[in-house]
Design a protein around this ligand. Structure first.
Ligand code: NDP
Length: 279
């Protein structure tokens, strides 16, 4: 059996077009502020991608670049000004922040109604209670891929590999809200392959190149690869050994072109959602 390929690039393009259409119909221009502190090259690329995608969708995107030695007080001042700015509907602080700035304090300073990354404790709490408001973009994108592909989550056994606040935990909460029976696995989990073999849906978000191999996968299961890893030879691979899993799975996401494009598309959707709620 060769798995069906889940084309995240195509699904993301459709979602972006839908957001653009709704922005046109909204009668106002949603505003998104992306705050970048320091010069981390990967972060700069992500911020440029988000800025361009937002503009293409008709969102007024502003990137606020601050030097790496910005003090916590100054950064919190910038966040407060954006909270107070009526033209801004969404605020995103690109992580990681330079050493010495407590990311959690910065996240908690963002108005929860403008928290388009869904990382503020208020939004995390709503998600944990099964009443999602603004939801982290990557797991939200995964849920959309499952839905569009026609993967049944209700009653399904799902294993989420990874328990980060950005991906693993919100991913598990969304799957639970969608009536899956969810296992969260991490670096202390015993016998990961056995955990995965019992799963109808495996979501890999560990940051370990090609860790999940085909013999971990139940025939016909859905495999979603969140991982983005750059190998020494320059190749970009996921957390899933694509070729071996593809032989066994029923459906699988590629890297690149799977979850990654959905993250950006969902940021645009979250910005629109925040704008429609606020205005
Ligand atoms: P983190 O490093 O924050 O978390 C990794 C998680 O994986 C941790 O919970 C860790 O366990 C677990 N883990 C690490 N090694 C193992 C192992 N050998 N066995 C089992 N569990 C393990 O990473 P993120 O959640 O931020 O990101 C995960 C991956 O997703 C990365 O490749 C990242 O680049 C990618 N990513 C992709 C995005 C996209 O848009 N497609 C967006 C965000 C991330 P423990 O908690 O015990 O340490």
């Amino acid at each position: 059996m060769t798995a069906r390929l889940i084309d995240g690039k195509a699904v993301a393009a459709t979602l972006r077009a839908e957001v653009a259409e709704k922005v046109r119909a909204a009668g106002f221009t949603p505003g998104l502020a992306v705050v970048l502190v320091g010069e981390d090259p990967a972060s700069s690329v992500y911020v440029r991608t988000k800025d361009r995608a937002a503009r293409e969708a008709g969102i007024d995107a502003r990137t606020i670049r601050l030097p790496a030695d910005t003090s916590r007080t100054d950064l919190l001042g910038v966040i407060q000004a954006l909270n107070d700015d009526a033209a801004i509907d969404g605020i995103l602080v690109q992580l990681p922040l330079p050493n010495g700035i407590d990311a959690q304090a910065v996240i908690e300073a963002i108005d929860p109604a403008k928290d388009v990354d869904g990382f503020h404790p208020v939004n995390v709490g709503h998600l944990a209670n099964g009443r999602p408001t603004l939801v982290p973009c990557t797991p939200l994108g995964v849920m959309k891929l499952l839905r569009v592909t026609g993967i049944e989550t209700s009653g399904a056994r799902a294993v989420v590999l990874g328990r980060s606040a950005i991906v693993g935990r919100p991913m598990a909460a969304l799957l639970l809200t969608a009536d899956a029976t969810v296992t969260i696995a991490h670096s202390r989990t015993r016998d990961l392959p056995a955990q995965c073999r019992g799963a109808d849906i495996v979501i890999a978000a560990v940051g370990r190149p090609e860790m999940v191999s085909g013999d971990w996968i139940k025939p016909g299961a859905t495999v979603i690869d969140v991982g983005i890893n750059r190998l020494p030879d320059g190749r970009l691979v996921g957390d899933v050994a694509f070729e071996s899993c593809r032989e066994v799975a029923g459906a699988i996401t590629p890297v690149p072109g799977g979850v990654g494009p959905m993250t950006v598309a969902c940021l645009l959707e979250n910005t629109l959602t925040a704008a429609l709620r606020r205005r």
